[in-house]
Design a protein around this ligand. Structure first.
Ligand SMILES: Nc1ncnc2c1ncn2[C@@H]1O[C@H](COP(=O)(O)OP(=O)(O)OP(=O)(O)O)[C@@H](O)[C@H]1O
Ligand SMILES: [Mg+2]
Length: 241
């Protein structure tokens, strides 16, 4: 069954409409990429799904329940976790304190929260060694790991990631994408916004290309990697390996 269904989604700022009625679906055990150039509306899409921008038209359902007009904290409790652009950690707090904040909705179950945090340290051993380090002093890759771990604390059904590879070295990107793939293999639904089209199309199952607030192309990631329009605009005109 499809987990996330977005139909005719319209979002804007002030008088300007940014998303002109887009359709996206994501199923369990699926990595769906949302590609597009700067300003296309990728972040706006993710923020609207998470209840951070008001939906002006169309429908969004998660597991059959509408998310339209639902406040962000309720959407998080319904199983949608958002890793925002630029990570947005609490820099003066430690790694562990950041993870605890991700489990805010579990605050009345401290034993379970502690167990979830330990599972995150298993997934990201680099964080286990740095649990008391202040988040603001971590490397970019480590900060991205904290941001993802924080989003995973509540065992979401759908994880949306906004440019997790931004500013990271290729080796770290590979390790982050490896985690994303592993989460997919364990059954999670993932909506991945990326500028790094080449690597993203290698790990994604399906992809959508957003241009000026409309879906320009969509399909299997392997097919999009061969699509001349995608190659010209996002893959430097060279066929993806
Ligand atoms: N808070 C806001 N107020 C007004 N306009 C905004 C706001 N946030 C985004 N926009 C505009 O909406 C459009 C889409 O922005 P958005 O951040 O969704 O693009 P994006 O695809 O994520 O781009 P990037 O790849 O640069 O992150 C842009 O024209 C942007 O200027
Ligand atoms: Mg963005």
């Amino acid at each position: 069954m499809t987990l996330l269904v977005v139909e005719g989604l319209r979002v804007g700022y002030g008088k300007v409409e940014v998303l002109h009625g887009i359709d996206i679906t994501v199923g369990p055990s699926e990595i769906v990429a949302l590609l597009g150039s700067n300003g296309a509306g990728k972040t706006t899409t993710l923020r609207a799904l998470s209840g951070l921008e008001p939906i002006r038209g169309g429908g969004v359902t998660l597991g059959g329940t509408s998310l339209v007009g639902v406040p962000a904290h309720r959407i998080a409790a319904m199983g949608l976790a958002h890793v925002p652009e630029r990570r947005r950690l609490f820099a003066p707090l430690s790694v562990e304190e950041n993870l605890k904040l991700g489990g805010y909705l579990m605050r009345d179950k401290p034993a379970e929260l502690k167990q979830r945090i330990e599972i995150m340290y298993g997934l990201f051993p680099r964080l286990a060694e740095r649990r008391l380090q202040l988040a603001g002093t971590l490397s970019g890759g480590e900060q991205q790991m904290v941001a993802i771990a924080r989003a995973l604390i509540l065992k979401p059904r759908l994880l949306v990631l906004d440019e997790p590879s931004m500013g990271l070295a290729p080796l770290i990107v590979r390790s982050i994408f490896g985690i994303v793939r592993r989460l997919r293999d364990e059954g999670m639904a993932i909506l991945l916004v990326e500028q790094n089209a080449r690597q993203t199309l290698r790990i994604a199952d399906r992809a959508y290309v957003l241009e000026n607030g409309d879906i320009l192309v969509q399909g299997a990631a392997s097919a999009l990697a061969q699509d001349p329009r995608v190659q010209a605009a996002y893959l430097g005109g060279v066929a993806a390996a």
